[in-house]
Design a protein around this ligand. Structure first.
Ligand SMILES: [Zn+2]
Length: 81
């Protein structure tokens, strides 16, 4: 831990380096499969939400799900990749 690992630290949804499995910015939970088949919802922590949809939601609502609007936090300078 503490080692820089770009693949694991950068949220695949919002792109910020939050270093948390459940992103505090967009609330997406990184299931470790990142960008493989972003259109496919795979269950697990993100349920029926696909990464492609989560990214779209983030652009619109600021969180990976519309229902989580307001539960994320604005990204800070320390979150920049
Ligand atoms: Zn995120």
């Amino acid at each position: 831990m503490g080692k820089h690992s770009i693949d694991l630290d950068v949220c695949p949804c919002c792109g910020y380096r939050t270093g948390d499995p459940t992103c505090p910015v967009c609330r997406w939970t990184d299931d470790g499969r990142a960008d493989a088949d972003p259109e496919v919802a795979r269950g697990g922590p993100n349920g029926r939400l696909s990464l492609a949809d989560a990214r779209l939601n983030y652009q619109i609502f600021g969180t990976s799900r519309p229902g989580w609007r307001g539960e994320g936090r604005p990204p800070g300078r320390e979150d920049l990749p």
